[in-house]
Design a protein around this ligand. Structure first.
Ligand SMILES: [Fe+2]
Length: 233
């Protein structure tokens, strides 16, 4: 069995962070008990290439017309603790539309829905661990964690490892967002350098003239430079 080095102190979110109110409800007070994976969990179904449609990684082409908002390209690589590419892994995203509204029954934020924007996408990494999405830059949105609480613009990411049990979930932010200091989800990660690893970088090289700006977001699954992942049991 491969044993991975412990993550550096402060590089991951604090599971129970008082300013991020709902962490008290969804994180245990006791240390976790590690349950060994069984054969069925290790060999269970995973998404293959087949079910992924051509427009699954282009959220601007999933409706009858283009969605409203700023078209962007988000690309990056999925890497392991040694900087090696993680090939053929499923990357899923979900996000609010340009007005900061999710297409979800729980989202009652009074901003318009966009009939041409699902906010959901998925793709597989290639042999070099690369992924690309075309989407709309999400808007910030209010949430009721505390008075006048607004989330910085972000895209949720989910990655699967060798089984559904090894799913990792995180959020990608955009450079220079003024809401960072007021966001307890980001601030629940003690280490400043670790927080910086959640912020995408402007990527002029990947931008397409007269069409879209681009942002680069690499995801490191383990090790010293690991991306902070969410502590949701
Ligand atoms: Fe969100």
């Amino acid at each position: 069995m491969k044993v991975f080095a412990a993550l550096p102190a402060g590089s991951q979110p604090v599971p129970r962070y008082p300013d991020y109110v709902s962490t008290a409800l969804r994180n245990p007070k006791q240390p976790l008990v590690i349950v060994p994976q069984t054969l069925s969990e290790l060999t269970g179904p995973v998404y293959g290439h087949g079910p992924i449609a051509e427009t699954d990684n282009d959220l601007t082409r999933q409706g009858a017309q283009e969605p409203h908002g700023e078209r962007i390209i988000v690309r990056g690589r999925v890497l392991d603790e040694g900087g090696r590419p993680v090939a053929n892994t499923l990357v899923e995203i979900w996000q609010a539309n340009a007005g900061g509204r999710y297409r979800h029954s729980n989202d009652n934020h009074p901003a318009p829905l966009d009939p041409n924007f699902t906010g959901a996408g998925r793709t597989m990494t290639d042999a070099e661990g690369r992924y690309t999405f075309t989407t709309i830059k999400p808007g910030p949105y209010p949430w009721r964690n505390h008075y006048n609480a607004w989330r910085p613009a972000h895209i949720h990411f989910s990655l699967f490892g060798t089984s559904f049990l090894s799913r990792l979930v995180t959020q990608m932010y955009f450079p220079d967002d003024p809401l960072f200091p007021y966001d307890p989800i980001m601030q629940s990660i003690p280490d400043e350098q670790a927080r910086q690893r959640l912020i995408s970088r402007f990527d002029l090289e990947a931008s397409r003239p007269e069409w879209a700006l681009a942002f680069r977001f690499n995801i490191v699954l383990r090790g010293r430079d690991a991306t902070p992942f969410e502590n949701k049991p």
